[in-house]
Design a protein around this ligand. Sequence first.
Ligand code: FE2
Ligand code: FE2
Length: 159
Amino acid sequence: MISEKLQNAINEQITAEMWSSNLYLSMSFYFEREGFSGFAHWMKKQSQEEMGHAYAMAEYIIKRGGTAKVDKVDVVPTGWGTSLEVFEHVFEHERHVSKLVDALVDMAAAEKDKATQDFLWGFVREQVEEEATAQGIVDKIKRAGDAGIFFIDSQLGQR
Ligand SMILES: [Fe+2]
Ligand SMILES: [Fe+2]
């Protein structure tokens, strides 16, 4: 059985994942309006992936005898500047999420809850991928410049 403290902390993370999902959906809508349909598609997939993280965490809490909660999700930003700025925001946000996940691992370790640590390591690894992917796109956009941006847009549309 999961402790109430860990249950509540993971429930907070569920809210954070749902916020991430909304953030990327908002970015998707923004890109759609700006005429970058590939980036918009990529962001929609990213949004779904974040919701998947929320589901996985809820499932885990329930399996361990806890209560999963759907809480209030704060509003997300709706406007950005260039495509580069949007992806820089993604990178910054994923770095922030990595810190949240690390703090959860520390909490589970302090409680000597091995199962929860094991569950969370999956998200530690996931965050390595998330940061690397966002960083990779930022680098690509920087190298491409204005001339290459639509090429990257169509590439990311293949996701
Ligand atoms: Fe996530
Ligand atoms: Fe993420």
